[in-house]
Design a protein around this ligand. Structure first.
Ligand SMILES: [Zn+2]
Length: 60
């Protein structure tokens, strides 16, 4: 079973062997929602909707 490291807490996350880029997983250690951005090697990125909202609000 493939595994990667949580960018939030450095915990180990195991995913199903058929995981694909763009899939979402939840870290069992810190409960953060993560998006799969790379599968070989396995890498995650924190999926935070608040980040996108913040960008929308930054209007000149
Ligand atoms: Zn975590």
């Amino acid at each position: 079973m493939p595994s990667g490291i949580c960018p939030e807490c450095d915990g180990e996350i195991h995913v199903s062997p058929d995981v694909e880029i763009g899939d979402f997983v939840t870290c069992p250690e810190c409960d953060v929602e993560l998006e799969v951005i790379e599968v070989d090697p396995l890498e995650f990125e924190v999926a935070s909707e608040e980040d996108f909202l913040d960008e929308d609000e930054e209007e000149w």
